[in-house]
Design a protein around this ligand. Structure first.
Ligand code: PLP
Length: 375
């Protein structure tokens, strides 16, 4: 049997999501901006889907904007800074390239940048406090690491920023890339008190190419790309209604019995972690990390070991790798977390979905046992 353990990279679309996609494609194919009947029907459906997603996430529908994915949501949030007078942006060393790759451009435009070390996986609020300055305008710290599954103390970090603001300085936008958190932890954007967040459907069994930008206070947000006027002027381009419907269906499935499903995932994760430790592997994920992600140091360079596993029908990732285009990214992030160059080079990521079975986990453990020394 093929064992797919790379769900942090992407997931297989679920039957319900695919049905929702087909239904919206065939039944609601008008352009939501058109004023004739098919257009008005599409507009109605679009707003209904937004309402349903918002109610699952317990945020106002007016705070959600559909995009083509998390990378675009992040780009919209960060690039909007280019409209303002340069200040300081603070991010963590664990950020995905979709966030981190903006820093050189911002520097070119006169921005000061600071990268906080996510030691052991997470950012220390004291380190954030020490970097806050009167010209700080943007803090970007992810909710859950795609590399190790570490859960950032976002609420505490937001409180740190708000305390600093209270001392009479100007407002700071707190953004949290929440791709690996939605559905997979007890994540709540409203509870965390963040100003902005990015989400992506294909990490939760929805289709590719659809994501969301959450904005707590949309009126204060001016996007760099102004075209089209769709999404209340925040994101131009014809709305991808079938994918939005499918995103809603996928999220509904993840949120239905979320606590039980995540507890089950944690049980499976513990089973794999115990087996890996018994075989002498070092676990790189912190203890209280996402129940869906396990990072461990193999005994071979990760690209070699993942190839060996792949030949046995076990599909995992080297380090982070949402794509192989970003090889080395996982290494950069693990080094930033304080792991040794050897551990970073040999890191392998196992990532599960809520449909991963005990049988699949046991088979994974068996094959890792057989291949542990590179056989
Ligand atoms: N941020 C994180 C933490 C991710 O894991 C990913 C995955 O690729 C992204 C951003 C980018 O998401 P998307 O593929 O929707 O652009």
């Amino acid at each position: 049997m093929d064992l797919y353990f790379d769900n942090a990279a992407t997931t297989r679309i679920s039957g319900k999501a695919l049905n929702a996609y087909t239904e919206a494609s065939l039944g609601c194919w008008g352009n939501p901006s058109s004023v004739h009947r098919p257009g008005l029907e599409a507009r109605k459906k679009l707003e209904e889907e937004r309402e349903r997603i918002a109610s699952l996430m317990e945020v106002p529908a007016s705070s959600l904007f559909f995009t083509s994915g998390a990378t675009e949501s992040i780009a919209a949030a960060v690039s909007s800074l280019l409209f303002t007078t340069p200040g300081k942006i603070i991010i963590s060393s664990a950020e995905h390239e979709a966030v981190a790759s903006w820093l050189p451009l911002l520097r070119q435009y006169g921005w000061k940048t600071a990268v906080l070390k996510a030691k052991g996986g997470t950012v220390d609020p004291d380190d954030l406090r020490a970097e806050l300055t009167p010209d700080t305008k943007f803090v970007g710290i992810m909710a859950v690491s795609n590399v190790t599954g570490a859960i950032e103390p976002v609420k505490e970090l937001v409180e740190t920023v708000r305390e600093y603001e209270k001392a009479g300085r100007r407002r700071i936008f707190f953004f949290s890339d929440s791709v690996q958190a939605l559905g997979k932890t007890d994540y709540s954007a409203a509870d965390l008190g963040i100003d902005g967040a990015s989400f992506s459907a294909h990490k939760i069994n929805g289709p590719r190419g659809i994501g969301m930008l959450y904005l707590r206070n949309p009126s204060s947000f001016r996007p760099l790309a102004q075209a089209g006027g769709q999404e209340r002027g925040k994101r131009g381009g014809t709305e991808n209604l079938p994918a939005i419907s499918a995103f809603r269906a996928a999220l509904e499935e993840w949120m239905d019995g979320r606590a039980e499903k995540n507890a089950e995932a944690k049980r499976r994760k513990d089973m794999i972690v115990t087996a890996l430790m018994e075989r002498g592997f070092r676990i790189l994920s912190p203890v209280n990390s996402s129940p869906y992600i396990i990072s461990f140091a193999s005994k071979l360079p990760s690209e070699v070991y993942t190839r060996i596993l792949s030949d046995r029908g076990v599909y995992v990732s080297a380090g982070s790798a949402c794509s192989n285009n970003s090889r080395g990214e996982g290494e950069r992030i693990l080094l930033g977390m304080g792991f040794s160059p050897d551990a970073a080079r040999n890191a392998v990521r196992i990532s599960m979905s809520n449909s991963t079975t005990d049988e699949e986990c046991m088979e994974l453990i068996r094959i890792i046992g057989e291949t542990a020394d590179g056989r």
